[in-house]
Design a protein around this ligand. Structure first.
Ligand code: WTA
Length: 662
């Protein structure tokens, strides 16, 4: 919280200029762009819209005085047309998608190939009964069929809801129920470190748990079993039921068919994606067609500096917003080559990422600090053994990056010649909001940068007043932006309900609180300090503590649980669970295992507790609130401050003695 000592991080000093060789050729070279956007706001955003093809031109960049905020009001467009069809004239034979599978397989699709398969699958979805506005859930690892299915949905105006493949059956069912989604595209399974994961079994278990049934399930044959592939596991070989369809059979049956892209209003929904917040259940964030796509395309152009001849690799899983905006929609809207990688960065060897960059001559690489910390740990000899000279720009996203990791990335991956953009944004913002323009702005390791042109973000105190340089506060956005989600467009009160506002923002006509803490320096560079709500960031993945707690209290023998995030060298944060057992149960290995299994069943392995600490009591204030901050300090092995406000100070020592700080 602002004013809290533990929030003080030094603002980083040493600024690094963009390399001249980069600045000369950058997509954005105008040093006055921020001023210009500010003067011309909101019309400045027509530059983003101009990167797209519109079926009907919009009447106003921002319609009405808002809310509702109708970006590109009156305009119609189709996202699939923008990402595929319109590139055919100039580059039908250029590679649109290039994919590397977990077993070392390789596939690539030209824009013409992509056009064909997106059309064929769109025709198949229509035949299965999918209509405009029907939500189609996509539950697959990073295989080419995933972006193809996304674009096929977009083509017919059916919002997609991609659910990260690692989520459990329960997590899938909750999302399908919440979205009233009756169509599912999944796969039979996929390989993880050489062993098959039975994705279809998880989907089947989800189907049983659904309130309403599933109209149709499409199954991608990823294990290659029905085609007589490798897996010998009987479970993979289960025949499809009457309402289940093989992806390849569907595409083959619709060979050569085309489907007219459905013109969508700029404010019509393109997709929804679930993310974790303060509440017990994840919430669906709905994004628009025009505003979102313009924001994704503009930031891909201005920040990632992507151009059509580039090969771009965003290493995020498509199941997260980063993959939506910067693997699929942004790069394809610009007509570049986007690279997909299904595997892990250290399999088969720790140089896998660098080998892929060298082999595919990747121009732009966008990854997460958690990955960069792992690369550092594995050693610089791995990147050094490959030719990485194709790289022109590096990016990071997902969590704060410490200056040491930033510098390592800059030096050992970028050879000191590539700008590094540290991009701050969220599922809710749709695209990047605070970062540097790589051909224009100085970089400050550890600090994301200034708000992008046209973005009104500030760091404020509890009264909503901008803080002085060096002070800590809350990051808020005080004007709408094109990538804002539908709930904010409509301003139906959803956001205020979801996140009780900490700072008093009543002096602004409209404002959005990001729930991130930050500082700002004298140059206006924002350094992020992490979430101020109950969201933990594990390896760049957002998890709500409430969600994990409710999974744990669902386990037989558990009376009460408190979950916090503790610092973790590689993951950024890790899940710490403090658990009180019910009478008659012991905090033993059996219960610990059942708790871990309970969390994996309810959410998935990413939420697995790093440590489960059994205790007889949780530290509580006199009013009965659990002191989470104290539990975080215990997890981090920090010296504890004053515990005299506790109702039960004696419990602290007991808990401390049980946490292993290694
Ligand atoms: C954090 C991911 C520091 C932040 C795109 C935010 C960051 C949350 C950065 C959103 C960054 C993201 N520096 N922190 N460059 N980028 N975050 O919704 O706490 O999965 O609120 O979106 O990640 O996570 P989400």
């Amino acid at each position: 919280m602002p004013g809290d000592e533990s929030w003080h991080h030094a603002v980083t000093g040493d600024a690094i200029e963009p390399p001249a060789s980069f600045a000369e050729q950058a997509n954005v070279t105008d040093p006055d762009l921020r001023e210009q956007f500010a003067r011309e706001w909101p019309d400045c955003w027509s530059r983003a819209a101009d990167l797209l093809d519109w079926s009907d031109d919009y009447d106003a960049v921002l319609g009405g005085d808002g809310p509702p905020f109708r970006w590109f009001d009156g305009g119609t467009l189709n996202a699939s047309y923008n990402c595929v069809d319109r590139h055919l004239d100039e580059r039908k034979n250029q590679v649109a998608l290039t994919w590397e599978g977990r077993l070392g397989e390789f596939r690539s699709y030209s824009y013409l190939d992509l056009y064909r398969e997106v059309n064929e699958f769109a025709a198949a979805l229509r035949e299965l009964g999918v209509e405009e506005e029907d939500v189609v859930t996509l539950y697959m690892p990073v295989v080419p069929e995933l972006p193809i299915a996304m674009l096929a949905c977009a083509r017919i105006g059916a919002p997609h809801s991609v659910v990260f493949a690692g989520f459990s059956a329960d997590a899938l069912a909750m999302r399908m129920d919440d979205a009233d989604s009756e169509y599912l595209v999944t796969c039979d399974g996929y390989y993880r470190r050489g062993a098959p994961v039975h994705q279809k079994n998880k989907a089947d278990n989800a189907a049983i748990a659904l309130d309403d049934g599933i109209e149709a399930t499409v199954v991608v044959d990823r294990l290659g079993v029905r085609d007589g592939g490798e897996s010998s596991d009987a479970a993979d070989d289960a025949p499809l039921a009457a309402d289940e369809y093989d992806y390849d059979d569907l595409v083959t049956a619709h060979r050569g068919e085309t489907v007219e892209p459905v013109p969508r209003d700029a404010t019509d929904q393109l997709f929804l994606i679930y993310t974790s917040g303060t509440t017990g259940e994840p919430t669906g964030v709905r994004h628009t067609t025009g505003g979102y796509l313009a924001h994704a395309a503009w930031t891909s152009h201005a920040v990632l500096d992507i151009r059509p001849e580039d090969t771009h690799w965003c290493s995020a899983d498509i199941g997260w917003i980063t993959g939506h905006s910067y693997t699929v929609y942004g790069p394809l809207a610009l007509g570049s080559t986007t690279m997909l990688y299904e595997g892990t960065p250290d399999h088969p060897e720790k140089d896998r990422v660098w080998e892929l960059i060298e082999r595919n001559a990747v121009d732009v690489f966008y990854t997460a600090p958690t990955a960069i910390r792992a690369f550092m740990k594995w050693g610089e000899e791995h990147p050094a053994s490959h030719d990485l000279s194709s790289l022109r720009l590096l990016g990071t996203v997902g969590e704060p990056i410490n200056p040491r990791a930033w510098k390592w990335y800059h030096e050992h991956i970028g050879n000191g010649e590539c700008p590094v953009v540290d991009t701050w944004w969220q599922t809710e913002t749709g695209g990047m909001m605070v970062t540097t323009l790589p051909g224009v702005d100085d970089m400050k390791p550890g600090s994301a940068g200034r708000p992008l042109p046209g973005i009104d973000a500030k760091v404020v105190d509890g009264d909503g007043e901008p803080v002085e340089p060096g002070e800590t506060g809350y990051l808020v956005v005080t004007s709408p932006w094109p990538g804002m989600p539908l709930s904010m467009v409509e301003d139906d009160g959803w956001f205020a309900e979801q996140r009780p506002l900490y700072p008093d923002l009543s002096e602004y006509d409209w404002a959005y609180f990001t729930e991130d803490g930050a500082t700002v320096d004298e140059d206006g560079y924002v350094t992020l300090l992490g979430r101020v709500d109950d969201v933990i960031n594990v390896s760049g993945h957002r998890l709500g503590t409430m969600e994990i707690e409710s999974a744990i209290v669902g386990v037989e023998g558990v009376a009460e649980a408190a979950v916090v995030g503790g610092d973790h060298e590689l993951k950024g944060e890790a899940v710490y669970a403090y658990v009180i057992t019910e009478d008659g149960y012991d905090g033993d290995e059996d219960l610990r295992e059942r708790i871990i299994a309970g969390v994996e069943d309810a959410i998935g392995p990413i939420a697995r507790p790093e440590e489960v600490v059994f205790t007889t009591e949780l530290p509580k204030t006199r009013s009965g609130k659990i002191m989470r901050r104290l539990l975080e300090d215990i997890a981090n092995g920090e010296t504890l401050g004053n515990t005299s406000t506790l109702r039960n100070p004696e419990v602290v020592e007991d808990i401390q003695s049980k946490v292993s700080n290694d």
